[in-house]
Design a protein around this ligand. Sequence first.
Ligand code: GLP
Length: 242
Amino acid sequence: MKIIRARDYDHMSRQAANIISAQVIIKPDSVLGLATGSSPIGTYKQLIAWYEKGDIDFSGVRTVNLDEYVGLDANHVQSYAHFMRSNLFDHINLRLENTNIPSGVEPDAETECARYDRVIRGLGGIDLQLLGLGPNGHIGFNEPDDHFSKTTHKVALTDATVKANTRFFDRESDVPRYAYTMGIQDIMQAERVVMVVSGAGKAGIVREAFFGPVTPRIPASILQIHKDFTLVADEEALSQID
Ligand code: GLP
């Protein structure tokens, strides 16, 4: 595990964007695993800025997103499909047909999860997976559990996650209670994993996840044993680490 200590959110975002940019320059047909949440927004902004300068070409890149809320269609303003279009896809020369996100409107979990696993396998795996860190240590929507999940599955969101994500909705009752998410095995099989974390509010979970035991109760902790994991965190997020 490598740790890149950034000064603040903007610095963290540039550092993570540098790693992603290098990946795309070295392998123009990279498969990028992408994340939502507030943490990667700055990274996406930086990638857009470099694309506009002519420094990165996304035309050969394929993407696969971690997760989607069950029940929200791709045009719902809080869907992760909408998030990805407005924060990244609409601003770069990535081809939309090369992007993949679980479908929140497929009611049959088995069908959708099997389809998404075929998509990931069909891409030949993930070259670089970008992650944020949930306040309870979740990655994607892999919530604390008594085992690590393997492939794409339907999850019941914990109360903590529903509360944390209420800020994006008008009211708590609007937050979907279920999501489809890539599994821990899918994430662990990525060639390289980069996580962005910022702010004092994440300092405790950063310490527990990366300086405590590996446990499914803190899903992100398994990244300690990934062969190429880089944590890009700002000083506040690292404030509980010696
Ligand atoms: C959501 C997403 C996660 C993300 C997490 C943290 O629950 N499913 O992929 O990492 O939020 O979000 P934030 O970066 O806003 O703290």
